[in-house]
Design a binder for this molecule. Structure first.
Ligand code: HEC
Length: 199
């Protein structure tokens, strides 16, 4: 009988485990923001597996806007590590990534007779907190088509001023994410901006 096989098996398992461990350490978690050498943000590929915060329907920031018949939806996702940190602290850690996707609203398809459901993606916008990379800590990006990477939107754009002035926590619209609004209240991290209580 060959007595060396248990030893070889154990050694094999250890080597495989070590290789796995090293591989896990050398590649960053897939949800962390990744940048090209030229400083462009790579498209967050798996954001649909992240934490969904809320959906807006036909939201507009223009007081004279009239809601059209098929107002679009927007869905907000955040990377799970940032979400977990927010639950603990009520604040967004460095390396937070948000994705806002805008989807067409549809009606009267299949068996649907009333109301609206979501259709094709119309836009995808991303917001990253990275204090070492961006002097204002946050940067905005747009992925209008199939582009794999995007340069930061210039800081003169209205994205920056509207978010900085009106976001209820840091740069973000936690006043519209009902479960997080409660967390921010409890942790005392809400900024003094108009916030309607969730009923
Ligand atoms: C006039 C104000 C305003 C401007 C300008 C604006 N946003 Fe927003 N943004 C909002 C509001 C309000 C929400 C919350 C959406 C919801 O509740 O569904 C939001 C949410 C977001 C989110 C989700 C994370 C968060 O901060 O809450 C991203 C990402 C985002 N916007 C990107 C952009 C980008 C990119 C631009 C510029 C091209 C932009 N926004 C311009 C008001 C604005």
């Amino acid at each position: 009988m060959n007595r060396s096989w248990p030893v070889l098996t154990v050694a094999g398992v250890l080597v495989a485990g070590l290789a796995f461990h090293l591989a896990a350490q050398s590649s960053p978690p897939p949800e962390a923001p990744r940048f090209t050498a030229a400083g462009q943000l790579q498209r967050p590929a798996n954001y649909r597996e992240w934490i969904w915060l809320s959906s807006g329907l036909g939201m507009s920031y223009n007081p004279s806007a009239r809601s059209a018949g098929n107002p679009s939806f927007d869905n907000v996702f955040v990377n799970p590590a940032a979400y977990r940190a927010f639950l603990q602290t009520g604040a967004w850690p460095d390396q937070t990534v948000f994705v806002l996707e805008v989807r067409a609203s549809e009606s009267h398809g299949s068996i649907n007779q009333q109301g609206h459901y979501q259709g094709a993606r119309l836009a995808m916008e991303v917001e990253v907190k990275d204090a070492r990379r961006f002097p204002g800590k946050w940067a905005f990006f747009a992925f209008p088509g199939a582009n794999d990477s995007a340069a930061p939107i210039p800081t003169t754009a209205s994205c920056y001023s509207c978010h900085a002035q009106n976001g209820a926590v840091d740069n973000t619209f936690v006043q519209f994410y009902p479960t997080l609004l409660e967390v921010a209240r409890q942790k005392g991290t809400l900024r003094p901006v108009p916030v309607t209580p969730v009923r």
